[in-house]
Write a protein that binds this ligand. Structure first.
Ligand code: FAD
Ligand code: SIN
Length: 531
């Protein structure tokens, strides 16, 4: 039974940095409802460690931040989107500080750290390694203090409501009730998709829902083959792949293989501070060479008190697994961390569906190209969350057709107990994607993934009973989009590495495009630009 909720002016799906920043902007004009599928603090934003990149230090310039971002993106960044990011970033950070954000300081000056592929110290951080928590705290408090913003937590968006190629709301599962919520404009800010892979730094909420939901609604999805692997996550049978921030290497930590040999200088001029894809592949190569499941991150040359104060969260977490990072070598291996592709938007967060905006990790603004520069995503969430909302405000005077007859796609209905073990399928899917569509891919491995995914496509037609079952469908959709895009790109660019096509390949400056009802295709572009 689907009930209809009173209309809201603006619906924001997602309560991380992008969704909250959008909601705060929208509330200046209308009433806003923010949906999160779990508790309010459960988001990638809340777990962000290293920091937020912004050209505000005395030694830095916006133009250098621009150059570093473009370089990391391996020729596939949308240049005007990067320009917007780096130019508007400082103002949004100053605004965040004026709202109460406490970034770490050296004396009276903001303290900037170094991360991979940055040519300057430009990463602001908070409480050492809990930057995301601080940003989230400030945005949640700001949103709470605004009477125009309401929030529904534990509210799982199933699908968007589309009327005449216009998005007019969403269908939401709250407890065991399904509700249609109508709005003048919708901002999708559901974050990433790391849970599609067995080894990931991402929290449980990151099941790619927004990408799958938008795809079902007819949105253009782009660049899905570009998955970023973080080189250093804790490798321990007892522990999840907990992130060991890149800032540790920025502060002087080095990588060693299990024989105790430092190896990164042999792979790249920038050694441990080469881009994430280069460091991840070097680690993999050392693991093969030494027949080991991990390498080591070594901070033992750094001052112990400095390490404890600079990385208090990481220090405390590793101690729980009997690793003292000031004394012990830390076993690490790479894990999926970020998706560069997503719902295609223009510079104002608009998608190809009227009234539907996307911001943050779910979106592909083109800022990150084939590989994201470290610590650029929190900034992207702030800048493009605010920009999407500014544009969405134009819908304020528009009437919403209150379509009481709308029925969502048949996701959740009563049905007899299933004869298939969906939990097993979820586990197999995650292992398959990690093993076959991971750091190093080829036609054979991707073909195996595709064959398995095709065999499981019957699940898409089955009614689902719970959030978890709906998530599985979304994960299967996202896995297929990644696999098909990775098969189409017969070349290696940025984070997408094909062992059977090690060069960039003929179409390397084009983007892959997925849209429901069509095969994945190329969209030819002039140098790096989205059309
Ligand atoms: P999120 O913060 O992930 O929020 C997503 C929201 O959408 C959540 O509220 C969730 O409940 C909601 N949602 C999802 N699906 C649904 C649904 N179906 N229905 C309703 N609600 C839904 N980036 C940096 O720039 N610097 C860093 O230091 C950094 N460190 C990181 C460390 C870790 C461990 C991780 C995982 C990521 C890190 N990143 C970092 C990346 C960055 O944190 C994310 O890209 C960014 O926070 C994404 O923000 P977002 O607002 O798009 O999504
Ligand atoms: C990290 O702290 O290494 C993560 C930074 C990021 O993902 O941008």
């Amino acid at each position: 039974m689907i009930s209809n909720e009173k209309n809201v002016d603006f619906l924001v799906i997602g309560g991380g940095v992008a969704g909250l920043r959008a909601a705060i902007e929208l509330a200046s004009v209308g009433n806003v409802l923010v949906l999160t599928k779990d508790k309010s603090t459960e988001s990638s934003t809340g777990y962000a460690q290293g920091g937020i990149a912004v050209a505000m230090s005395d030694e830095d310039k916006v133009s250098i931040h621009y150059d570093d971002t473009i370089k990391a993106g391996s020729g596939l960044c949308r240049e005007d989107a990067v320009k917007v990011l780096v130019e508007q970033g400082p103002d949004l950070i100053r605004e965040l500080i004026s709202w109460g954000a406490n970034f770490d300081k050296d004396g009276s000056k903001l303290s900037f750290t170094m991360e991979a592929a940055h040519s300057r110290k430009r990463v602001l951080h908070s409480h050492g390694d809990s930057t995301g928590k601080e940003i989230e705290r400030v945005l949640i408090n700001r949103a709470k203090s605004d009477p125009s913003i309401r929030r529904y937590d534990f509210s799982f968006t199933l699908d968007l409501i589309i009327n005449d190629n216009r998005c007019i709301g969403a269908t939401v599962l709250r407890g065991d009730r399904i509700t249609n919520i109508y709005a003048k404009a919708v901002v999708l800010a559901t974050g990433g998709a790391g849970q599609v892979f067995a080894r990931t730094t991402n929290p449980f909420i990151a099941t790619g829902d927004g990408i799958a939901i938008a795809y079902r609604a007819g949105a253009v999805i782009t660049d899905m083959e570009f998955i970023q692997f973080h080189p250093t996550t804790l490798y321990s049978p007892a522990a999840p792949p907990f992130l060991l921030s890149e800032a540790m290497r920025g502060e002087g930590a080095v990588l060693k293989n299990i024989r105790g040999e430092r190896f990164m200088p042999g792979y790249h001029d920038m050694a441990e501070l080469a881009s994430r894809d280069q460091v991840s592949r070097a680690i993999l190569s050392e693991m093969v060479k030494t027949d080991a499941m991990h390498v080591y991150l070594d901070l033992t040359a750094l001052d112990k008190d400095f390490v404890k104060n600079r990385f208090p969260l990481i220090y405390a977490t590793c101690l729980q697994y009997d690793i003292d990072i000031t004394e012990d070598l830390i076993p690490v291996s790479p894990a999926v961390h970020y998706i560069m592709g997503g719902v295609q938007t223009n510079l104002d967060g608009e998608t190809n569906i009227k009234g539907l905006f996307a911001a943050g990790e779910v979106a592909c603004t083109g800022v990150h190209g084939a590989n994201r520069l470290a610590s650029n995503s929190l900034l992207e969430g702030l800048v493009y969350g605010a920009r999407s909302a500014k544009k969405a405000l134009e819908y304020y005077m528009v009437d919403v057709p209150h379509n009481t007859d709308f029925q969502m796609s048949p996701n959740l209905t009563d049905r007899a107990a299933l004869s298939v073990d969906l939990e097993k399928i979820r586990r197999t899917l995650r292992q398959l994607m990690w093993g076959r569509a991971g750091i190093i891919r080829c036609a054979e491995s991707l073909g195996i993934a595709k064959k398995w995914l095709d065999k499981k496509s019957f699940i898409m037609d089955m009614p689902a009973l719970s959030r978890r079952e709906c998530e599985l469908k979304n994960m299967l959709t996202v896995a297929s989009l990644i696999t098909d895009s990775a098969l189409l790109r017969k070349g290696s660019v940025g984070a997408h590495y094909r062992s059977d096509f090690k060069e960039r390949g003929d179409n390397w400056q084009s983007h892959t495009i997925c849209q429901k009802g069509n095969d994945v295709v190329w969209r030819k572009t002039k140098h790096g630009a989205l059309q």
